[in-house]
Design a protein around this ligand. Structure first.
Ligand code: FAD
Length: 414
């Protein structure tokens, strides 16, 4: 009997899991269906570069359907809710589809309307977000003529996708305005709710040092409650304010709304409640999650979806065979951090080990927590690897699910 794997979301995680799974399971044993609302797959890390004229939406968008291997069905539809008691997914149009195993890969939604004033007067004129395609393009048009003033780059609250992207924005802004000869007329301020530049102490220190070197101010423990686009003010819950001429805001993130409408699946933010190591839902054993949709204590990053994918496909295969799951996902994350002037840092960490100096993936690899041109080339080359290795579900040599210890200057977590 042919069983059905239903994958909700055809972004990074959904696509790579479908392609990996197709390779391990024959079509006569398992039908694989990927659902998404549209046929536009966006390489989201490319959004960072658009405001600085270093890329275009056309260059980072491809057909979702075409990223799926032969033997995988694509259904363009919107999920309304999941009913785990009957193994059914209901779509907004009223149809439904049953499953034997379900993978929730529906990512995050941006919630700018949840912050007072953010989408009010000044939105997309003086207040922008490069986290959406239309925001990145509107910001590019504004930055092209911005010659003087105070720019604040603000993270409203965590979790967000790619927590280093707002820092990268600051570094690239420093480079962009220096190149245009107006840097000394522009103040760049990074405003974060955290108590440092980043969540993990060693990386936070290194990144704060870089901000300082580049003359970018760091404002910590600022919890934005309101954005006043007309008056040019961020107002925190404690009453403190940050003035701006231009604000670049990373809005609140939540899980896909259908998760919240599906009994038992999500947490209070709409992210899937799953085991941190097997990615299996606590609500139902034949339901799993991957990528940003998963409420695990790892970063919301494409690299995490990639590393989770290896473990998840093994667990889907084991589940279908009636075998015990493999609890080996260790929270492995790695991110290139673009620092401007053709340089980048690399960080690599997991649930237990914070980003540390050294080299990745071994003693002769890329430098960790250190600016280098090699890391910048790695960041630029990653788009090619995304379309040709990561999404097709091919293994990338030396880049595996388990975080490598070799090459790291190890110390225990403080
Ligand atoms: C500006 C920016 C920079 C980034 N830089 C990096 C980086 O340098 N490195 C890195 O590793 N990561 C980076 N990321 C993060 C990375 O892009 C995401 O973590 C990754 O794409 C997550 O994959 P996913 O499959 O979980 O979600 P997505 O790729 O977002 O896919 C989720 C899919 O689910 C679909 N969906 C949602 N709801 C429904 C529904 N009701 N019905 C049907 N379909 C639905 C959506 O349409 C979407 O296609 C960046 C992100 C941003 C925004």
């Amino acid at each position: 009997m042919t069983r059905r794997a239903l994958i909700l979301g055809g972004g990074t995680g959904g696509t790579l899991v479908a392609n990996r799974l197709r390779r391990t399971q024959s079509a006569s044993d398992l039908e694989i269906v990927v659902v998404d609302t549209d046929d536009r797959h966006l390489y989201q890390p490319g959004l960072l570069f658009i405001p600085f004229g270093l890329g275009s939406l056309e260059k980072i968008t491809r057909s979702r359907r075409e990223q799926l291997s032969a033997g995988i069905s694509f259904r363009q539809d919107e999920v309304d809710r999941v009913e785990t008691s009957t193994n059914q997914v209901h779509f907004v149009g009223g149809e439904s589809l049953g499953y034997d195993v379900l993978v929730v890969a529906s990512g995050c939604v941006l919630q700018p309307e949840e912050t007072d004033g953010l989408t009010g007067p000044g939105w997309m004129e003086r207040v922008f977000s490069f986290y959406s395609p239309e925001g990145a393009v509107a910001l590019r048009d504004r930055l092209a003529s911005f010659d003087a003033g105070r720019i604040v780059v603000n993270v409203v609250d965590l979790p967000i996708k790619c927590p280093v992207a707002p820092l990268e924005f600051c570094f690239l802004a420093d480079w962009f305005f220096t190149k245009r000869g107006v840097r000394d007329q522009i103040e760049i301020v990074y405003v974060t709710p955290l108590d440092g530049a980043f969540t993990k102490p060693v990386a936070a220190k290194a990144l704060a040092g870089l901000l300082d070197e580049k003359g970018i101010q760091l404002v910590t423990e600022f919890n934005t409650g309101e954005v006043d686009g007309l008056g040019g003010r961020l107002v925190a819950y404690d009453g403190s304010e940050q003035q701006f001429d231009l604000a670049v805001v990373v809005p609140l993130h939540g899980g896909a709304p259908f998760v919240g409408r599906s009994p038992g699946l999500g947490d209070e933010l709409g992210f899937m409640v799953v085991d941190d190591h097997t990615l299996q839902s606590v609500a139902s054993p034949n339901v799993f999650a991957i990528g940003d949709a998963a409420g695990v204590p790892a970063s919301k990053a494409g690299s995490v979806a990639h590393f989770e994918g290896e473990v998840l496909v093994e667990n889907l295969t084991r589940f279908l065979a009636g075998e015990a799951l493999n609890a080996s996902f260790d929270g492995h994350t790695n991110c290139f951090i673009e620092t401007g002037f053709d340089k980048a840092l690399l960080i690599d960490f997991n649930y237990d080990t914070e980003p540390l100096p050294g080299h990745y993936p071994a003693a002769l690899g890329l430098p960790l927590l250190k600016e280098s041109r090699l890391n910048h080339l790695g960041k630029l080359g990653f788009q090619w690897a995304y379309w040709h290795s990561l999404l097709p579900g091919r293994d990338i040599p030396g880049v595996g699910s388990e975080m490598p210890q070799r090459g790291k200057q190890l110390r225990s977590r403080s």
